[in-house]
Design a protein around this ligand. Structure first.
Ligand SMILES: CCCCCCCCCCCCC[C@H](O)CC(=O)SCCNC(=O)CCNC(=O)[C@H](O)C(C)(C)COP(=O)(O)OP(=O)(O)OC[C@H]1O[C@@H](n2cnc3c(N)ncnc32)[C@H](O)[C@@H]1OP(=O)(O)O
Length: 718
């Protein structure tokens, strides 16, 4: 809705009313059309101000409406009608003016914003383009170069930057509506022609073609396979070369194509998943709205390797005082040099003048006695972690939360050696911990709702997407990674090369294929885990069956050859020396694979990219269904958020579980059955019961699975 009021001095005030962000729903659009008409007809009104209720101008089109038929007045003619009004209209921008919200403001003749407001055209992140004239008006206002940057990245900008770019006419620290009212009173009666952006030419640099070509190359590189960034550049090409009306036709055509693409649905699903996971719930009934979180101001991090250092920086950036403990003197000395530099760099990147938190370094575990929360980030070794937890529980004051950054070890086993098992949770960060957005918060059977709520809230304060997951080997992300890696190795045995596997995955949209990623992370990580699990090492026979199932010793043999990935300059690829970044095909690997196949009597066959994708992705998805079935994740959104924010799953494919729905659950089931039939010794290819149940009830949409699973559980079907 929109409220109309007449202010003294002949100004009409139109207030958008649709909490929480005043999205442009059908009712709001109708309200704007009606109130603008009223202001136009009222002879006593000489100027108009449009603002939003509750300190937010407008968060854009109502994304929830995109799933249904379009009702109510369309946005494009509504904004044209505002631009055509012959009385000055100003947008008074507080909070946010995003997407359709900014497009509405661009249809106004003037824009006044509060200094804390954020502006942007983030449609590209939802698989769309600014489709209410934004792709044509913004470049006419600020020039093609700046518009390309804003529209293809979708980034939010501050009021100060918007003023500099020429989007805003005035920025204020005071009441923005008062300022806008004063502004329009001042300009009432002045000519408006030059304020109608649709009538202006688009300022372009002389090398416009090369600018647009470069922009196209850049967006294609940045998000391989994504349609929206390409369409954004095409819309801006139209703005640069065509009259406004034809540019608008192009905008509409491109938008229609995007709207009907699976990618837009995937990206909009990803937007809502990110919000759904914040509303966490545990099988015990504890949830975000019935569990109180503690506010942490003092924390400690134990272990200052790569992960520990990143965690210290992430906490300090949030304003938390951190005691950073490392018992090895050499490592401590290195960390006390490196961490302040990392902190300074990251604060600069986030435009913070000074990092808010204070860090003190220590080699003494006793120094954590006064903190409210400890994050253990020592080497991934259970006996070492148990030793640290035993020590912590005796040193820390009662009530201190004890968290582990383990990437897959048993949280309950750690909790068992403490005096308060309820205060133990996992906080699984992803490297680099101060940059990566994902945090898995792992609850054990004894973790208290308060401990989970505190870890979830702390993650949010650090700017992370926190996802609550159950305590099982590998938790959610790494548990699903296992069958994915396993299939990649089997494909090499059967005839594929690391490049072929990586290319298929990168073509799908992963920033890095599985072998390039393994080289980056270090091949010794998995090797150590396999040794601990008794799968490889001295005394283990070198067969292709271990512990009753198919096993590929390929990655172990690569490690045994001293090839540990980028850090040794050799892995599945070769690099320009230890620490090198550019992966090149290595003849050694090809000779090694041929010799391996010959030794095991395997005949290499040609493997199509479609099979590579099916084998790797469907095995991973199948494990996702097992995780849902075991209640280790509350819903498909949790798994999808983990994969998008932590594992490079292309956002325009929504996440593995959403992707399964898009491919068709029946198809996934049929292909898993086919591959399991061919490889009966690979249990990960055996279709999960949940997948079978979903197919049996007609493959309902992903948004309904959570409810379905809960019902099935009640009726003991899972
Ligand atoms: C068939 C072919 C037809 C082709 C033609 C079709 C014609 C259609 C014409 C379309 C024209 C295009 C118009 C325009 O160009 C498109 C858009 O505007 S798309 C929307 C762009 N806006 C955004 O991307 C902003 C999204 N929101 C945010 O980034 C954040 O929410 C925020 C505004 C910065 C606020 O952040 P927070 O304060 O942290 O709050 P939350 O994020 O938690 O949000 C609170 C609550 O609000 C819900 N919400 C937020 N924005 C929207 C929205 N735009 N629409 C609907 N709902 C929104 C959010 O989900 C939260 O709700 P909850 O999930 O908690 O219930």
């Amino acid at each position: 809705m929109a409220m109309y009021s007449r202010l003294p001095g002949s100004v009409a005030l139109i207030t958008l009313q649709n909490p929480p962000v005043n999205a442009l729903s059908a009712a709001v659009r109708q309200g704007i059309v009606d109130t603008v008409q009223r202001a136009l007809k009222d002879p006593k009104v000489t100027s108009v101000v449009i603002c939003g209720q509750n300190g937010k101008f407008c968060g854009g089109a109502d994304i929830r409406e995109f799933a249904g038929p379009m009702l109510g007045p369309p946005l494009v003619p509504m904004i044209h009608a505002i631009e055509a009004v012959d009385k000055p209209v100003a947008a008074a921008i507080e909070g946010v003016a995003l997407g359709g919200g900014l497009e509405l403001a661009l249809g106004c003749h003037y824009r006044i914003a509060h200094s804390k407001a954020l502006l942007g055209l983030p449609e590209v992140t939802l698989g769309l383009l600014p489709g209410a004239g934004g792709s044509q008006r913004l470049p006419r206002l600020i020039g093609l170069t700046a518009a390309l940057d804003l529209i293809t990245t979708g980034r939010h900008i501050s009021a100060a930057e918007a003023l500099k770019l020429g989007i805003l006419d005035q920025v204020t620290d005071n009441n923005v509506v008062d300022q806008a009212v004063e502004f329009v009173r001042r300009v009432a009666g002045q000519p408006l022609d030059s304020r109608r952006l649709s009538t202006l030419p688009c300022p372009c640099p002389p090398d416009v073609d090369s600018l647009l070509d470069k922009a196209m190359v850049k967006v294609r590189q940045r998000s391989r396979g994504a349609l929206a960034p390409v369409a954004c550049v095409q819309a801006l090409m139209a703005a640069a070369s065509l009259p406004y009306t034809q540019g608008m036709e192009k905008e509409r055509d491109l938008l229609t194509t995007l709207f009907n693409s699976g990618q837009a649905r995937a990206l909009q699903y990803a937007f809502f998943s990110q919000r759904v996971v914040g509303k966490w719930s545990l099988p015990s009934g504890a949830s975000w709205d019935n569990s109180a979180a503690r506010t942490i101001s003092k924390a400690a991090v134990i272990g200052l390797g790569t992960m520990g250092r990143g965690i210290v920086v992430a906490l300090a950036l949030t304003g938390i005082s951190v005691v950073a403990v490392e018992t090895q003197e050499k490592q401590l000395a290195e960390a006390s040099q490196a961490v302040p530099a990392m902190l300074q760099r990251e604060a600069g990147r986030r435009s913070l003048a000074t990092p808010p938190g204070v860090i003190s370094f220590s080699s003494n575990l006793q120094d954590v006695s006064e903190v409210e929360l400890v994050i253990e980030a020592v080497f991934e070794d259970m006996s070492l972690k148990l030793q640290v937890f035993r020590h912590l529980t005796s040193v820390c004051r009662p009530g201190t939360l004890l968290c582990s950054n383990t990437s897959g070890l048993d949280i309950d086993q750690l909790a068992a050696v403490t005096q308060s098992p309820g205060l133990v949770v996992g906080m699984h960060f992803f490297a680099p911990a101060h940059v990566m957005k994902l945090l898995e918060v792992v609850y054990g059977p004894r973790s208290s709702p308060e401990a989970v709520a505190t870890a979830m809230q702390l993650g949010k304060r650090m700017g992370k997407v926190s996802v609550a997951v159950g305590n099982c080997p590998g938790f959610v992300g790494n548990r699903m990674l296992k069958p994915y890696l396993e299939q990649a190795n089997f494909l090499l045995e059967e005839g594929a090369t690391p490049q072929q596997v990586d290319e298929a995955l990168e073509e799908f949209g992963f920033p890095m294929g599985v072998f390039r990623m393994s080289d980056l992370s270090g091949l010794d990580v998995g090797w150590r885990i396999r040794k601990e699990a008794g799968l490889t090492g001295p005394g283990v026979e070198s067969t292709r069956t271990r512990q009753g199932r198919r096993y590929s010793p390929l990655p172990d043999q690569v490690c045994e050859a001293g090839r540990l990935g980028q850090k040794t300059g050799r892995g599945w690829y070769q690099y320009d020396g230890p620490g090198g970044r550019v992966a090149r095909s290595d003849p050694w690997v090809h000779i090694f694979l041929e010799a391996y196949r010959a030794e095991h009597g395997l005949v290499a066959r040609s493997i199509a990219p479609e099979e590579i994708l099916e084998r790797c992705l469907y095995a991973l998805i199948n494990e996702g269904f097992n995780i849902l079935q075991d209640a280790m994740a509350a819903g498909p959104e949790d798994i999808d958020a983990i994969y998008v924010f932590g594992y490079g799953w292309p956002r325009h494919h929504g996440g593995p579980m959403f992707h399964a729905g898009q491919v068709g659950l029946g198809r996934i089931l049929e292909r898993l059955q086919h591959h399991h039939h061919n490889h009966p010794d690979v249990p990960h290819l055996k279709p999960s019961t949940l997948l079978r149940r979903l197919v049996a009830v007609g493959s309902p949409p992903v948004q309904t699975w959570r409810e379905f699973i809960n019902k099935e559980r009640v009726h003991s079907q899972l």
